[in-house]
Design a protein around this ligand. Structure first.
Ligand SMILES: NC(=O)C1=CN([C@@H]2O[C@H](COP(=O)(O)OP(=O)(O)OC[C@H]3O[C@@H](n4cnc5c(N)ncnc54)[C@H](OP(=O)(O)O)[C@@H]3O)[C@@H](O)[C@H]2O)C=CC1
Ligand SMILES: O=C(O)[C@@H]1CCC=N1
Length: 257
């Protein structure tokens, strides 16, 4: 049983808690200043608390508050060297957190799919932490990266779900406009993204080969692909990613990571 505390039970903290609860094998303490946030997540926790002292003995402590709240929490959080503090805040470096805590600091960039144990996460650390590895495996897929790549990871897999939700909506809305029932269009659009993503993860074929596999000669797909090939959609999607990456760098301020 891994003893984990989550500080901040908003969108991301509650997704992590729900995923860990579904995985099993975790004793979960949830801390927040907002009793309503705790109430909303209580079914997935062993303990909810508004007393920061209650997280003092956890093996893993996940800091899931907004970047500007991180220093406020760290001021009152008293941890020891044998504990691991996992920070998920965009644009807040490990060094900045480590300067304010006695614990070993690991930085991850998770995403909302933690809730369904299909999270894509990036992790950076000085020394691999087996308990954090276990947690990340239980929640989905992860890659280890140098911390100076955390800004681009934040844009890709941290912000990425919002970009994908947007694309799902665009396909769904056009299908509805062309006659499909809204609920059916939502199911088909979302499952199509899920299936395509699963295919990429399980296949060793490159993406061009996978596109070709859908495009029957003289068929329907190539007509749609021609529209994409002739558009600037690659640039637009890339620009969205770059804008998110730049904002992560801005949040970091003088820190390079
Ligand atoms: N949302 C996402 O998809 C992702 C978020 N992140 C990172 O996760 C962190 C949290 O983001 P997100 O979940 O979206 O934010 P939310 O605002 O949804 O959640 C933050 C929670 O922390 C609470 N809180 C505020 N002050 C304190 C405090 N002093 N002690 C404990 N809890 C406090 C908030 O309460 P109240 O609302 O009352 O202020 C809220 O419940 C950020 O650093 C973000 O960069 C990383 C990857 C993805
Ligand atoms: O938008 C944000 O700042 C956070 C970090 C990545 C996803 N959500």
């Amino acid at each position: 049983m891994i003893d984990v505390s989550v500080i901040g039970c908003g969108n991301m903290g509650s997704a992590l808690i729900t995923g860990l609860s579904r995985a099993g094998g975790y004793r979960i303490t949830a801390y927040d200043v907002d009793p309503e946030a705790l109430e909303a997540i209580s079914a997935h926790c062993d303990r909810t608390t508004t007393d920061l002292g209650d997280v003092r003995d956890s093996e893993l402590v996940v800091l899931a508050v907004k970047p500007d709240i991180v220093p406020i929490v760290l001021e009152d959080l008293d941890l020891r060297a044998e504990q691991t503090l996992v920070t998920i805040a965009a644009g807040v470096s490990r060094a900045r957190v480590a300067a304010e805590t006695g614990a070993t600091v690991v930085r991850i960039m998770p995403n909302l799919a933690a809730e369904t144990q299909t999270m894509a996460a990036a992790v950076s650390w000085d020394d691999p932490d087996e308990t954090v590895r276990q947690m990340l495996s239980d929640l989905g897929e992860y890659v280890e990266i140098d911390e100076d790549r955390m800004h681009v990871a934040t844009a890709l897999n941290g912000s990425g779900p919002a970009f994908v939700f947007y694309l799902i909506r665009a396909m769904q809305e056009r299908a509805v406009a062309e006659g499909l029932d809204p609920a059916d269009a939502r199911t088909l659009a979302a499952q199509t993204f899920k299936g395509a993503a699963e295919t990429v993860l399980r296949s060793d074929r490159d993406l061009d080969a996978l596109i070709d596999a859908v495009c029957s000669p003289g068929g329907t797909t190539i007509e749609g692909m021609e529209v994409l090939f002739d558009s600037d959609v690659d640039d637009v999607v890339g620009d969205a990613l770059s804008a998110a990456r730049r904002r992560s760098e801005e949040l970091a301020g003088d820190d390079t990571e």
